[in-house]
Ligand binder design. Structure first.
Ligand code: HEC
Length: 193
């Protein structure tokens, strides 16, 4: 199935949702049947509204830490504060995470539909399509693509400052999340609620 590049993001969102729903509908297990219900507009809206402040908090933590302490110390903003912000969301009953095909932390590896959605973005890197599905347990899984902004480059770019690189190598000996350029697809941020 080909996605028309002229479709608006909203239309292409629906196409992806329908595409995924049809893949699940093709399965034979009861769980796959249950996953076939597509998320309603209201469910998608609720998930994107719940994710918005978390995204803003992550960005704020990163930007202010970069400004105040520089990129080496700011590593903790992406490494420690990110999980903290993400865990705080759990207090509201949400589960939140980030994933990518080029991982820095292997704990962030994608499973299930997140892996399928990542594949979609690998082959369609400029698409800003958002994804949603109803999981077998009735929860909504919603994900948005993240793109590389200038502020990301000192830790994920092509010319990472030496002292940042050596700290990253120390913390993440198998780091794959480098070599990105501005506007590259970096990964997905997701919420389950
Ligand atoms: C100061 C360094 C730093 C900056 C700047 C930074 N990151 Fe990260 N990023 C990290 C670290 C460290 C991790 C690993 C976090 C962990 O252990 O879960 C990470 C992990 C991630 C992940 C999770 C997937 C993975 O690879 O483990 C995503 C997605 C991500 N960053 C996106 C971004 C984006 C988008 C920006 C710019 C808005 C950005 N980062 C800026 C250091 C940084």
């Amino acid at each position: 199935m080909k996605i028309d590049p002229h479709l608006t993001p909203k239309h292409s969102t629906w196409l992806v949702i329908l595409l995924l729903a049809s893949i699940f509908a093709g399965g034979c297990g009861a769980e796959e049947k249950a996953a076939a219900r597509k998320a309603t507009d209201a469910e998608i809206m609720k998930a994107s509204q719940a994710l918005a402040p978390i995204k803003a908090q992550l960005k704020q933590a990163l930007v202010s830490s970069m400004q105040e302490h520089g990129p080496v110390k700011a590593i903790d903003a992406c490494r420690l504060e990110a999980p903290e912000i993400i865990q705080a969301a759990a207090a509201n009953g949400f589960e939140v995470g980030r994933t990518s095909t080029k991982l820095r932390n292997a704990d962030n590896a994608a499973e299930g539909s997140l892996a399928t959605w990542l594949e979609f973005h690998q082959s369609t890197p400029n698409s800003d399509v958002k994804h949603a599905e109803i999981l077998p347990d009735g929860k909504v899984l919603y994900a948005e693509p993240m793109f590389v902004a200038p502020v990301c480059l000192s830790c994920h770019g092509e010319n990472i400052p030496t002292e940042v690189k050596s700290e990253l190598d120390r913390l993440y000996p198998n780091d794959q999340a480098i070599g990105f350029k501005e506007n590259d697809f970096r990964g997905l941020i997701w919420i389950k609620l």
